[in-house]
Ligand binder design. Structure first.
Ligand code: HGY
Ligand code: MN
Ligand code: MN
Length: 408
């Protein structure tokens, strides 16, 4: 099945202009004006390709190509168009636009498929603005309640529901699970494995679990000058002690364990005021549930000790989490077969990044296809995948979708 590389590159470059940042990345936070613009463009392109576009009550977008058997469950593919703050232009967009290229190519070739094909753009895959991540796919799969999602507020107090309505993507289609024949998502690896091993394609056979915490340390704000050191309850001093302890935990527990403090909010964040309150995030990931749990216990213990050392009160919010999930052997075998037919090298691997495929896997046979990330870099403006690897990823996706959609 031939795909059109030039057309895919053009679509990726046009999409990357939405929310483009000076450093060559994109800033397209969930439910922002840039997100709306990206959604509008995806909807226009989908309709031009003869697809029917529906939007559900979480703003998830489904672009459907009819099958010869409309009663058959669809083969679903896609990813997300939102980004992290000043993120990369391949994360998510590759999966949505390569899927669109596959459908455009099937149309060019006049190739019918028995199963309908649905390209999905999931809402709020990333999560920084409205945690937790993978929210749209999580509500669809029943991992989160819709009204919980609607109530989430961003750092400025704006509510998810109001922002979804404001950008015009509060659909009336119920956001709930329905029969799906299979789900396959193309995504950049966002890590160093493929580039280090010199492999062109990742055949992803599972996805790590992740835990997201927000920890608040409460002390006593006071004057930075006259307050003697022994009289202080410095929330930032306690948080800093906890944060450096978090950094040490993976080394104590398991070589594949990762723990990250990515957000810190200091109040009042003024040079001459002893901080009264600090909130920081903790992101923990591993493919073994028991190690993930043990890591969370060690993080909480370290935070508790740090708070006690500085005489602080502490609150913990568990703001997200998903268990590790193996993907489906039938789908990974189909991807392997596509790689063999394309004559490309491949590597079986697990995903260390979170993806909507995690929740799709609760509903139907699911797997992912990875393309290499240059330098293993992602969630940064210099995130890069070569066009050659983008096109190979699209061809593997096309072969895989075609094989799955012709199944009886
Ligand atoms: O956090 C993640 O792994 C994904 O990029 N949302
Ligand atoms: Mn992504
Ligand atoms: Mn991401």
């Amino acid at each position: 099945m031939e795909t059109n590389a030039a057309r895919l590159q053009e679509s990726m470059e046009e999409m990357a202009r939405i929310g483009a940042t000076p450093g060559g990345g994109v800033h397209r936070l969930t439910l922002s004006d840039a997100d709306r613009e990206a959604r509008d463009l995806f909807a226009r392109w989908s309709k031009e390709a003869g697809l029917s576009v529906t939007v559900d009550e979480m703003g998830n977008m489904f672009a459907r190509r009819q099958g010869t058997d409309e009663s058959a469950p669809p083969v679903m593919t896609g990813s997300h168009l939102d980004s992290v703050p000043n993120g990369g232009r391949f994360d998510g967009a590759l999966g949505v636009l390569a899927a669109l290229e596959v459908v455009r190519s099937l149309n060019d070739a006049g190739t019918p498929t028995r199963h309908p094909i649905e390209i999905v753009n999931w809402t709020n895959e990333e999560g920084p603005r409205f945690p937790p991540s993978m929210l749209g796919s999580g509500v669809f799969a029943g991992a989160f309640q819709r009204d919980f999602a609607y109530s989430i507020q961003d750092a400025t107090g704006k509510k998810f529901f109001d922002e979804l309505e404001r950008i015009g993507y509060l659909g009336d289609l119920p956001c709930r699970r329905r029969p799906i024949a299979a789900y396959v998502e193309l995504h950049i690896e966002q890590g160093p494995a493929l580039i280090t091993e010199g492999k062109q394609i990742g055949v992803v056979e599972g996805i790590r679990g992740l835990t997201w915490l927000r920890i608040t340390m409460k002390g006593e704000r006071d004057h930075a000058g006259p307050t003697p050191m022994h009289m202080r309850r410095d929330a930032l001093a306690g948080a800093a002690r906890a944060i450096s302890a978090v950094r040490e935990i993976p080394g104590k527990l398991h070589p594949d364990l990762v723990a990250t403090v990515g957000e810190v909010n200091v109040s009042p964040n003024a040079i001459n005021v002893i901080p009264g309150q600090v909130t920081f995030s903790v992101d923990i990931r591993h493919e073994d549930e028991s190690i993930l749990k043990r890591a969370e216990e060690l993080v909480l213990q370290a935070a508790k000790d740090a708070a006690g050392w500085e005489g602080l009160d502490m609150e913990v919010d568990r703001i997200g989490g998903s268990s590790p999930m193996p993907f489906d052997a039938w789908i990974t075998a189909t991807i392997d077969d596509a790689c063999m037919k394309e004559g490309c090298s491949s590597l079986r691997m697990w995903s260390a990044a979170g993806h909507d495929a995690r929740y799709a896997a609760d509903l139907c046979p699911t797997a992912m296809i990875f393309t290499p990330s240059v330098g293993g870099k992602s969630h940064a403006e210099d995130e890069l995948t070569t066009w050659e690897d983008v096109f190979m990823g699209c061809r593997i996706l096309g072969r895989t979708i075609l094989s799955l959609a012709q199944q009886s």
